[in-house]
Design a protein. Sequence first.
Length: 228
Amino acid sequence: MGLVELGYGARARALKQALAAVLALGLGTAAAAEVTIAALGDSLTQGYGLAQGEGFVPQLEGWLRAQGAEVRVLNAGVSGDTTAGGLSRVGWTLTPEVDAMIVALGGNDLLRGIDPAASRANLRAILEAARDAGVAVLLVGLNAPGNYGPDYKAAFDAMYPELAAEFGALHVESFLKGLTDLPDREGAMRDYMQPDGIHPSAAGVARIVEAMGPAVLELVARAQAQGE
């Protein structure tokens, strides 16, 4: 039976039901527009020393979903990886499903004393690959210690914000910012780091995620805007 065959009241009810169905269908489509984020990094991203579900990637995904973001975060972290290792993997990390990427590399470059110019070149190539793939990027930095000298520290620390500005990427000063900003550094090391003093505990990761989370939400918004 068509609308023209119904009485006025019945026609009105049918029209309202049809509009409600269309609206529900539209909302369902919007809700399904999930953003997939690849987290390209090293052991800090991979979740070294932590039980399943306690690492950076699952905690970040949980935090983002708690804020109402429809996201999936892929763990592209490899323990011990350098910027060169990340560059070697970026091609198959940037699959068609990936909408955004967090790049958190450089800690192992530091540990090995790799020339910051080489690290910068690797990060630039990673950002170029993301740009070519149309993928939004959040570049996560690190602050070098002073034991390699002031020139090394200045060159290393500067490459993250400078590359982020060059490529229009989002930038977070340090992966460990949620811990290093705590007033009691000694207490933070005791309460939020694993015994090796390098990798955060599950509680430490929670603080890291809370500090980095707003920038990742901005990354999600960028990815959604690029997909429209």
